[in-house]
Design a protein around this ligand. Structure first.
Ligand SMILES: Cc1cc2nc3c(=O)[nH]c(=O)nc-3n(C[C@H](O)[C@H](O)[C@H](O)COP(=O)(O)OP(=O)(O)OC[C@H]3O[C@@H](n4cnc5c(N)ncnc54)[C@H](O)[C@@H]3O)c2cc1C
Length: 396
C-alpha cells in the first residue's frame, strides 16, 4: 500500500497519531502485529489530564471512576484521601486500545492487525519502506509507535530508551462485587518495592494488582513482592490470573526522537513517567504532538520533524526529568513525603493537580525557589542511598 504516513503499533500512541493525521486529511496505514482486541501488561489507569488530550469521551470503556486513594507506607496503617472530583479512569487495555483504534478508523485510518513489521528502511527518494513478511508498504513519513520492544527504532538507528524500571501485574476476580474500601479508590503501597510501589486498581468485575520498581534491584523479586502485596490487602495470591510483566522505557534527555520523516512516540521513545509509571499520557501526548509536524513534512511545508522534537523538549521532557529527580528523592527519604500526602490537604491537592493536569511536576519543582538547583544533585545522592539500602536489605 502507498500512503502519506505509516504508523507502526496501535497502542494509544499509534492510534492517536494516526487519528490526528487522518483528521488533517492524510492517508494513514496503521499496522499492529497483534490481533485486536489485544491485551498488554498495564494497570489501565488513565488520568484526567491524559483523558483530556482526547477529543472524545472514554466512558464506553471506563470500568471504575477513581476519586481517591488509600495510601500505605510499608506495613504501617492505611490512610484514605479523597478528592472532590474524578482523578483517574480505570480501563482495561484490551478495551481501551480497541476503542482508540475504532476512533482512528472512523477518522479514515486504514488499520491492519496481525501484521508484524519485520523491516523498515528509508529509500533514496526519502520515502519509507515497511515490510510485513512479503508485503511491502510505502509511506512519505513513518511513526514508530511500536512500544518498548519495537522494531522501528532499531531499524532506523535511534537510541534505545533506558530499561530502568520493570513492573508485574495480574487480575483477581471479585465475584461478590468490589470491597467497599476500594469503591472509588486505588490502594497504593509505598516502601514495598525499591524505586516504585505496589497498587490495587478497581475494575468492573475484578481488581488489578501490581508492583513496579527499579529493574536492577526489583526485577528478580517482583513476583515475591506481588504475593506480599496480595496478602497485605487480604487477597489470595493463588487467585491471581493473567500474570504479566514488562519493562518501562525511559528516554535519555538529549536522545534523538525524529530523523528525516520518521519519529518515535510513546514507549518507543521512552515517555513513561518515572515517579508514577504512567505511560498512556506520554503515548497520547506525543501522538497528538507528532501529527502537525508530520503533516507539515508530508505537505513539504517543512523539510524535517524538528518542530515535534522542539515541542517534546519544551512540553514533555522537563516534566519527565523533574519526575525522575523527585522519584530518587522520594525513595531515599519517603517518610516525610508519605506523611504529607496522608495528612496535608495542601500537598494532597497539589498532587491531585498533577493527575488533573492543572499542575505540572516541572512547575512544582520550580516552586522550590532557591532550592531548585539542588534538586538533581540531591536526587543523585538519594539514588545512591536507596541502592545501598536495598542492596544491604536483600543480601541480609
Ligand atoms: C505492568 C505495567 C503497568 C502499567 N500501568 C499503567 C497505568 O496504569 N497507566 C499508565 O498510564 N501507564 C501504565 N503503564 C505504561 C503503559 O502501559 C505504556 O506506557 C503504554 O502502553 C505506552 O503506549 P504505546 O502506544 O507507546 O505502546 P504500546 O501500548 O506498548 O503499543 C505498542 C503496540 O505496538 C505493537 N507492535 C510492537 N512491535 C510491532 C511490530 N514489529 N509490528 C507491528 N506492531 C508492533 C504492539 O503489538 C502494541 O500493540 C504500565 C506499564 C506496565 C508494564
Amino acid at each position: 500500500m502507498d500512503v502519506d504516513v505509516i504508523v507502526v503499533g496501535a497502542g494509544p500512541g499509534g492510534s492517536t497519531a494516526s487519528r490526528e493525521l487522518a483528521q488533517r486529511g492524510r492517508s494513514v496505514l496503521l499496522l499492529d502485529r497483534a490481533r485486536f482486541p489485544r491485551d498488554k501488561p498495564c494497570g489501565g489507569g488513565v488520568t484526567v489530564r491524559c483523558a483530556g488530550l482526547l477529543p472524545f469521551d472514554l466512558s464506553p470503556v471506563v470500568e471504575h471512576v477513581v476519586t481517591g486513594a488509600q495510601i500505605r507506607h510499608g506495613h504501617r496503617r492505611n490512610v484514605a484521601r479523597n478528592y472532590e472530583g474524578v482523578l483517574t479512569y480505570m480501563t482495561q487495555r484490551r478495551r481501551l486500545d480497541a476503542f482508540l483504534v475504532e476512533r482512528a478508523q472512523e477518522a479514515g485510518v486504514e488499520f491492519r492487525d496481525g501484521q508484524a513489521v519485520t523491516g523498515v528502511q528509508q529509500l533514496p527518494s526519502g520515502d519509507y519502506e515497511v515490510r510485513v513478511g512479503d508485503d511491502v508498504h510505502l509511506g512519505r513519513a513513518l511513526v514508530g509507535a511500536d512500544g518498548a520492544n519495537g522494531v522501528v527504532k532499531t531499524a532506523l538507528g535511534f537510541e534505545h530508551p533506558r530499561e530502568a524500571a520493570v513492573a508485574l501485574e495480574g487480575n483477581i476476580a471479585m465475584p461478590n462485587g468490589m470491597p467497599s474500601w476500594l469503591e472509588g479508590r486505588v490502594a497504593l503501597q509505598l516502601g514495598l518495592v525499591p524505586g516504585g510501589y505496589g497498587w490495587v486498581f478497581p475494575k468492573g468485575d475484578h481488581v488489578n494488582v501490581g508492583v513496579g520498581g527499579w529493574k536492577a534491584i526489583a526485577g528478580p523479586h517482583l513476583r515475591e513482592w506481588l504475593h506480599t502485596l496480595c496478602r497485605d490487602y487480604g487477597f489470595d495470591p493463588a487467585s491471581m490470573t493473567g500474570l504479566r510483566g514488562h519493562h518501562l522505557p525511559m528516554v535519555r534527555p538529549g536522545a534523538a526522537l525524529a530523523a528525516g520523516g520518521a519519529a518515535l512516540v510513546g514507549d518507543a521513545a521512552g515517555f513513561v513517567d518515572p515517579l508514577s509509571g504512567e505511560g498512556i499520557h506520554g503515548a497520547i501526548a506525543s501522538g497528538v504532538a507528532v501529527a502537525p509536524a508530520v503533516d507539515d513534512y508530508v505537505s513539504k511545508r517543512t523539510a524535517t520533524l524538528a518542530s515535534y522534537e522542539t515541542f517534546v523538549r519544551r512540553e514533555l521532557l522537563p516534566d519527565l526529568a523533574a519526575s525522575h529527580a523527585l522519584m530518587d528523592i522520594f525513595h531515599a527519604w519517603p517518610t516525610p513525603w508519605v506523611w504529607l500526602m496522608q495528612h496535608s490537604d495542601r500537598f494532597f491537592l497539589r498532587f491531585c493537580g498533577i493527575l488533573l493536569g492543572t499542575e505540572t511536576l516541572d512547575h512544582l519543582v520550580h516552586s522550590f525557589g532557591p532550592l531548585t538547583p539542588l534538586l538533581h544533585p540531591v536526587a543523585r545522592g538519594g539514588r545512591a542511598i536507596t541502592t545501598r539500602r536495598w542492596g544491604n536489605r536483600l543480601v541480609s
